[in-house]
Write a protein that binds this ligand. Sequence first.
Ligand code: F6P
Length: 461
Amino acid sequence: MNRVVVVSNRVPAAPRGSQQAGGLAVALDAMMGRRGGLWFGWSGEVTSAGRNAPVIKRDGAVEYATIDLTEVEHRGYYAGYSNDVLWPMLHNLPQLMHFRRSDYDCYMRVNRRFADHLVPMLRPDDAIWVHDYQLMALPGALRARGVTNNAGFFLHVPFPAPEAVAAAPGIKRVLRELMGSDLLGFQTRTDRDNFAATAALLLRAERFDAEHISLDGHAVQLGVFPVEIAAEEFAQTAAAQVQLPPSRRLATSLGGRALLLGIDRMDPTKGLPERLDAYGRLLARRPPRSTTMLNIAAPSREDVPAYRTLRHDLETAAGAINSAFGEPDWTPLRLIAKAQGRDTLAGFMRLARVGVVTPIRDGMNLVAKEFIAAQDPADPGVLILSLFAGAAAQLGSALLVNPHDVESMADAMQQALDMPPGERRERWKLAWNAIRGATPEEWGESFMHVLTDNRLAAMPV
Ligand code: F6P
């Protein structure tokens, strides 16, 4: 079996299995734990000089190699081009893009620095698996350094239509570098097809079929690999956690009211202002004191101005809702800007009558799957899910909503709260059947299987 070398911007802190918030880390941790290998990326530290050699830590069969970023790199590569240009573009929010040429240069430079550090650690039969938009130029940088190993790339976030992609300055060069991969993986067919169309239009790549394209004589396979969760395991965690003090305290504080629950990073793509607006409209329609909405919005990327503005706007909106609808003994909306452990959240999900997952755009959204897994099969809650989350392709029995239509989101909240137990069970069962058999290990292994398949090398060009 080939050793796998995972490269991602964020590397979970060893030891493995410690609580992770990001979907990427959750998805990969299980496969790495079982298979072993090397995981290389940013340490999460910003140091003034930047360390030269990667720091290596071992946990079981996994070796973690990390480098620090300098302040300039963090600003230009991470906060700048990655999160102030690529992130909004990939989520089709061009109005949030802020391009600075120096950020783009820094992004390319840091991708090359990743390659410089990685190359000496590689063995001839390693399969290299690069993750996410922060490292789209890495496959090309590896090729430029003579690396001939199989190299795959998985995009955890959506990939929009060509016109949206073209709006990001510098993107053509970045996509050219990405085409150094042998295999490109996406969350949904739409993402894959958008990529193929973009490569044809912007790079003049040749298209053979839905799964094969080539550029300058190099063939690239495209695949769809929706990220999965360990559903059975999460269900057990939720059933155990709901008995423990954090869930008990939350249950007591609800005083028998139905709980609507949202769990997100505080990110402009998550549709949080629209969700609060919809909840305000719901409150105007329902008897006072009948519901509580809890939004746990973990602060994220606070050095990007749009994220700071969002927090301010949400705090203002939450205050306005509570002052308009609250009672001396009832706070209808709780907005908590603090990350919580994944296990604790599993218990909260089991307590909730309604899970509200309403992003404007999202690659997959694992919270949607976790909410389904966390439910009590005898008395399950209802999932309200944005049509624009990748998870909607698999969870069609949820109440699917358009987050831009806040009135209809309020309707869906009302419908969820009033839904008879029989319909709740039916909808839940369909969703559970869609996710129960899958595991993140299998997701990772299926990507690795295609990446290390000899037929990749024999693809037409
Ligand atoms: O899953 C998408 C993603 O952007 C990952 O690449 C990332 O690690 C995670 O969300 C959290 O974002 P950040 O690393 O910027 O805190």
